[in-house]
Design a protein around this ligand. Structure first.
Ligand code: NDP
Ligand code: BG6
Length: 504
């Protein structure tokens, strides 16, 4: 069906010809996300003329073998039209075999880039994507600089996209930032947090600042608390080794959940400029109170999934996953209650929870408003009168809904919670593009609004480091929760003051 709002949706965003160089081009991310997303952009006609891709990795393979592998990835993971776009574009994908620590590989890369500038008109513009294990970042960055590839000359651009995890604590993230800064200037650096590329996450900003009805209520006077949930029904999916090091706090909360929280809590930016928005986001992070170990005990809950049934399928416990230590204390669920020390938010908790193997996959932001100060109809009706909740449904079932009380038809004055709904799919009659599409396009355009700035990443680590330090002091057993449930029971007490978790 045609999009009824299509006239208003034509994009004027066009990028200049460039070459995308993917380090780690035989890896899972390239196969499942990057190339399928590029082909989504190609299908929509959003790639620049002359656009070319050089994939660099260690194993020997021919251009044809490389293209065949990518073709399978696009077939399996691309959206409608991506495979057709790939069949037209595949000639512009090529493979360069080399080790990240071999200066000769960079000399060959530089030479090939110069040839492509001649042949394809890419005019010296490059985007380097680090789709590699984080341990390789420093080597690649040093070598790019040594080969003169990080320099922007005249009207050309040279940009680097860095994948998560960006460090594992404040110290390592600062060191990595310093390392990046030795090769690239901040305006050239694009730190990916794919949640920022999700349409519905960007809609938080639209909802707040393109409407006048919400903002007057958007503060501690009217909002009792905010619940931000990223629940997944999957487990660690073969990434046990990585997850043992990360846990859900580093994997999800330090980046995705805190990023979403900044968009909900930030002040109106002075303009739509990338730095104006990121200035406001970083102010939120700075205002989040660091926790002492005693507060960590009081305001956080951890858990690890045990056996159970998820959507009818029996699932293993985390401890039975591959590459997981039999006595592992790594958390696969965490809920944390954060306070923002600002005029707008004093006293309103933001409660963030993320977990693997929960009852279902759902990401949402629930703004719980305060109950009316005086209940005209008191007693009997109070228990039926839920608080107003503005629900931002990020995935799946993308949309926004508002819950409010309405009179039940009949002679009695009974009030019940009802819902008013906006649904992306039915309103815009188009599916939302993958987050990586938007982020790849923005990096090519040089728009860093949806990427984390150096100071944001470091502030987010300050907050999570304090939590991790508190947990390290705790010796009591880690609560286990049955797979397919909503997490450990201990999380219920965390909300406090008669509040309850949403069970979407
Ligand atoms: P993989 O382990 O699947 O791929 C790693 C790639 O790096 C391979 O192409 C490998 O080449 C190459 N490589 C490793 N060492 C060298 C070397 N010394 N010289 C040349 N090539 C080398 O990783 P992923 O694709 O899963 O992840 C990449 C990055 O993206 C990581 O930082 C990860 O955290 C991040 N990420 C991944 C996600 C995902 O869904 N996969 C999601 C979010 C982030 P070869 O095969 O030839 O050895
Ligand atoms: C990644 C995490 O960043 O995000 C994964 O490393 C997680 O553990 C994934 O599964 C969730 O992303 P999405 O887009 O599926 O919600």
């Amino acid at each position: 069906m045609a999009n009824p709002l299509a006239d208003e949706l034509t994009s004027a965003r066009r990028t200049r010809p460039c070459v995308l160089v993917i380090f780690g081009a035989s890896g899972d991310l390239t196969q499942r996300k990057l190339v399928p997303s590029l082909m989504g952009l190609a299908h929509d006609g959003l790639l620049p003329p002359g656009f070319s891709v050089i994939g660099l990795a260690r194993r020997a393979k021919s251009h044809d073998e490389f293209r065949r592998e990518l073709s399978e990835g696009v077939e399996q993971h691309g959206r409608e039209g991506a495979s057709r776009a790939y069949s037209l574009q595949q000639g512009h994908f090529e493979y360069l075999q080399g080790s990240f620590d071999d200066p000769n590989a960079y000399a060959r890369l530089a030479a090939r880039l110069r040839e492509l500038d001649e042949q394809r008109g890419t005019a010296g513009n490059r985007v380097f994507y680090l789709a590699t294990p984080p341990s390789a970042y420093a080597t690649i960055l040093d070598n790019l600089k040594a080969a003169g590839l990080s320099k922007e000359k005249d009207d050309t651009f040279s940009r680097v996209i860095v994948e998560k995890p960006f460090g594992r604590d404040l110290e390592t993230a600062s060191a990595l930032n310093a390392q990046v800064a030795r090769s690239f200037r901040e305006h050239q650096v694009f730190r990916i947090d794919h949640y920022l590329g999700k349409e519905t996450v960007q809609n938080i900003v639209a909802l707040r600042f393109a409407n006048s009805i919400f903002e007057p209520l958007w503060n501690e006077k009217y909002i009792d608390h905010v619940q931000i949930t990223v629940a997944e029904s999957i487990g660690v999916e073969g990434r046990g080794g990585y997850f043992e090091e990360a846990g859900i706090i580093r994997d999800m909360i330090q980046n995705h959940l805190l990023q979403v929280m900044t968009l909900v809590a930030m002040e109106p930016p002075v303009s739509s400029d990338a730095n104006a928005i990121r200035d406001e986001k970083v102010k939120v992070l700075r205002a989040i109170r660091s926790m002492t170990p005693a507060q960590v005990r009081e305001r956080t809950v951890r858990g690890q999934y045990g056996r159970g049934f998820v959507q009818g399928q029996e699932r293993n416990a985390y401890l039975d996953e591959e590459d997981v230590a039999p006595d592992s204390r790594t958390e696969t669920y965490a809920a944390v209650k954060l306070y923002v020390d600002s005029w707008r938010w004093a006293g309103t908790p933001f409660i963030l929870r993320a977990g693997k193997r929960l009852a279902r996959r759902v990401t949402e932001v629930a703004i719980h408003f305060r109950r009316p100060p005086h209940l005209l109809y008191g007693g009997l009706h109070r228990k039926h009168l839920h608080e107003n909740v503005l629900l931002l449904r990020i995935q799946p079932d993308e949309g926004v809904s508002l819950r409010f009380g309405a009179k039940v038809p009949g002679p009695d004055f009974l009030v019940r919670g009802v819902r008013m709904d906006f649904n992306y799919g039915s309103t815009f009659a188009s599916s939302t593009a993958d987050a990586y599409e938007r982020l790849l396009l923005d990096a090519m355009l040089g728009d860093s609004t949806l990427f984390a700035r150096r100071d944001e990443v470091e502030e987010a680590w300050r907050i999570t480091d304090a939590i991790v330090a508190g947990w390290r002091e705790q010796t009591d057993p880690l609560p286990s929760y049955e797979s397919g449930t909503w997490g450990p029971e201990a999380a219920d007490a965390l909300l406090g003051e008669g509040r309850v978790w949403r069970r979407p």
